[in-house]
Design a protein around this ligand. Structure first.
Ligand code: MTE
Length: 319
């Protein structure tokens, strides 16, 4: 068994509610154990020590040469439209989000659909640190050391059927806490995103549960978010509660809201301008006023790894 669906788990084995409180500990213990393995010290020595986490095993394509953006910049400049349009307000209001208990429904074209406790998912996955560039469609970028696991590995555990061609992700719906869901502001809620199945299976695509060696802050998508570093940031959906494998492409929130501005693919591409602004360069979060803008790269610099996924597509038309 990789992970069990709720209905397959005998009542005696179902995660005790108290254990939900322990998610931080599960993640920290996994990180500490791995870090200890990586640097050859005992897990006991590594317990709450961020410096040990600096030696986490790296994901396949983590670029050691990238310098992470200061954590404070990443935590205080967030896009979370369920809470607010304003980046500072969204970071503040997101603290109200309820993330315990948390389960993820995985359904659709799979052999083993089910509702899985996040803790049970985590126990079956290998956490790694992935230092990725992240480019928002608004023209800013950052470098984040995410802590997460392979989306493809998770999908394989539920055995996708040959008919599964797309993956739909849905964010949590908590209108009592999320003012813009309550007021039906802007997007259709809950927030929905999607990938083609081969994109979802690509080793660069991860589900993150942490960043900077700690658990994910609420404003950055806790407890579980997608990170697809070669696509514009809005594809990296936060607070995921549902993953569905589908035969047809899902209608995603932003392409439903403004189809001429936000496509299904939304691969980073400096040659295709947003209808209202250029995508040729980006402001790097945390950099000084005098730092020149960075030149945006096709696929956000991950072309070597992902360009083959799109070899039969005209990248100017499939945006
Ligand atoms: N996911 C949800 N549920 N709601 C959102 O508003 N914003 C998206 C994406 N995921 C968003 C979301 C956008 S536009 C971006 S750029 C990134 O999250 C921002 O991630 P960050 O706030 O961690 O920098």
């Amino acid at each position: 068994m990789i992970i069990k669906s709720k209905k397959e788990i005998p009542a005696s084995e179902i995660t005790d509610p108290l254990i939900f409180k322990e998610r931080r500990n599960i993640i920290k213990a996994m990180l500490a154990t791995m870090a200890a393995g990586a640097v050859g010290i005992s897990p006991a020595l590594a317990d709450d020590n961020n410096s040990a986490w600096a030696n986490l095993p790296k994901g396949d394509f983590s670029a050691d040469l990238l310098t992470p953006t200061p954590a404070e910049s990443v935590k205080n400049y967030t896009n979370y439209y369920e809470f607010a349009l304003n980046k500072k307000d969204s970071a503040k209001l997101a603290q109200n989000l309820r993330t315990d208990p948390w389960s993820v429904e995985i359904s659709g074209e799979v052999e083993n659909p089910g509702n899985y406790y996040l803790e049970d998912i985590l126990r079956q996955q290998t956490l790694q640190e992935h230092v990725y560039r992240f480019r928002c469609v608004e023209g800013w970028s950052m470098v984040v050391p995410w802590v997460g696991f392979s989306l493809g590995h998770l999908l394989k555990t539920v055995k996708p059927l040959s008919t599964a061609r797309f993956v739909k992700f849905t964010s949590v719906y908590q209108p009592e806490i999320m003012p813009r869901q309550r007021n039906n502001a802007m997007l259709e809620w809950p927030y929905v995103e999607g990938l083609r199945i081969d994109e979802a299976m690509h080793p660069l695509a991860i589900l993150a549960v942490g960043m900077y060696g700690d658990i994910l802050p609420k404003q950055n998508g806790a407890p579980l978010r997608l990170v697809v570093p070669w696509k514009y940031g809005f594809k990296s959906i936060k607070a995921i509660v549902k993953i569905e494998l589908l035969r047809k492409p899902p209608l995603t929130s932003w392409s439903q809201f403004a189809p001429s501005e936000y496509g299904f693919y939304s691969n980073v591409n400096p040659a295709v301008a947003h209808p209202r602004w250029s995508q040729r360069s980006e402001r790097q979060l945390g950099s000084s006023f005098f730092t020149p803008r960075r030149k945006t790269e096709l696929f956000n610099g991950y072309g070597e790894q992902v360009a083959s996924l799109y070899s039969d597509m005209n990248l100017r038309h499939f945006f």
